[in-house]
Each structure stands twice: as structure tokens, then as C-alpha cells.
Design a protein around this ligand. Structure first.
Ligand code: HEM
Length: 142
């Protein structure tokens, strides 16, 4: 829902081609709107809803495959994808395992998007955290 690079990076067509019925001459700068693809209700049922089950079955993976492209795809896709997928999971897992988290008030976290080439949050994330008691010894070593 919030790709870090909503327009990927600019690409240039090496050959004349047709994309979605549009004629693209050789040497055209092409911007891929990954955000638009990720949030398109013609592709995803309720694109704005958190539904991790949509990625659980092989059938779903085949159906959507290339429609999920936060790292771009193929030859110019992000070479750090495998590394990033592991690190993001580990970092998030560590934050959840080591700390208790709370919102600063009753309001839900404001997820609206700000403007820019990367996708900053319109409102900075503010949250309270405290180390879980079982983690105090471990964390105090750093
Ligand atoms: C969550 C983390 C990351 C995200 C969301 C991300 C996303 C992207 C995206 C969208 C592109 C452009 C792909 C395209 O236009 O088709 C890209 C390119 C690239 N990424 Fe990442 N990336 C991440 C982490 C990393 C890491 C960890 C590395 C290196 C260790 C890396 C290295 C690169 C490089 C070198 C390119 C340029 C590839 C080229 O132009 O041929 N990225 N990344």
C-alpha cells in the first residue's frame, strides 16, 4: 500500500513497443506507477484493506504475481530485494519482541501520505515504547 518508491525509478525503452495499447517509441522515458498498480481496485479486492491472506496461496501468487512490485521487476528490479526482505522482517520482529508499543493517544496512527519521490508520511509517526521486562538484561548489554 505504501511502496517506498511509488514511481519506481525512470526507465528508458530500448526498443519500440506497445504497453497496454499505447505505442511507446524507442528511447522514451517510462515511469511505472507502482502505487497506482498496488492500489487499483480493478486488480485487488479492497486494495486499502490489510488482508495478508491474499498472498498466502500459490493460486493467489500466480494470479497477482507481477502486480506486486515494490522492488520493481526483472533485469532492472532491485538487486537488494532478497536482503531487504530478510532485514525488514528481522528489524520489525526485533522491535516487537523487545518492546511494548502504545499509541500516544486514542487516535489511530495517521497513515496519510505526504508528497515526494519516496513516500514520506504526512504526519511523522509518534509512538511510545518500553523494553519488555524479559528483555531488560539483554538490552542493557548494548
Ligand atoms: C525495503 C528496501 C528496498 C526497497 C523497497 C527497494 C526498492 C527499489 C526499487 C523500487 C528500485 C527500482 C526498481 C525499478 O525501477 O524497476 C530499486 C533499485 C535498486 N535497489 Fe533497491 N530497494 C530496497 C533495498 C535495497 C538494498 C538493501 C539494496 C542494496 C543492498 C538496494 C539496491 C538497489 C540498487 C543498486 C538498485 C538499482 C538497480 C538498477 O537500476 O539496475 N535496494 N530498489
Amino acid at each position: 500500500m505504501y511502496p517506498a518508491a511509488p514511481l519506481l525509478v525512470p526507465h528508458e525503452s530500448s526498443e519500440e513497443c506497445t504497453v497496454g495499447g499505447y505505442h511507446v517509441p524507442r528511447g522514451t522515458i517510462v515511469l511505472v506507477n507502482a502505487w497506482g498498480i498496488h492500489n487499483d481496485p480493478k486488480i485487488w479486492e479492497e486494495p486499502g484493506k490489510f488482508k495478508p491472506e491474499r498472498f498466502q496461496s500459490l493460486e493467489e501468487e500466480r494470479k497477482y504475481g507481477i502486480m506486486l512490485l515494490p522492488f520493481g521487476v526483472w533485469r532492472r528490479g532491485c538487486p537488494g530485494e532478497g536482503f531487504a526482505m530478510r532485514i525488514v522482517g528481522l528489524a520489525l520482529g526485533s522491535l516487537i519482541q523487545c518492546f511494548e508499543w502504545k499509541r500516544i493517544g486514542k487516535e489511530m496512527v495517521d497513515m496519510s501520505e505526504g508528497g515526494g519521490i519516496t513516500m514520506p508520511k504526512a504526519q511523522p509517526l509518534l509512538a511510545m515504547c518500553r523494553p519488555r521486562s524479559t528483555m531488560l538484561n539483554f538490552l542493557s548489554q548494548f
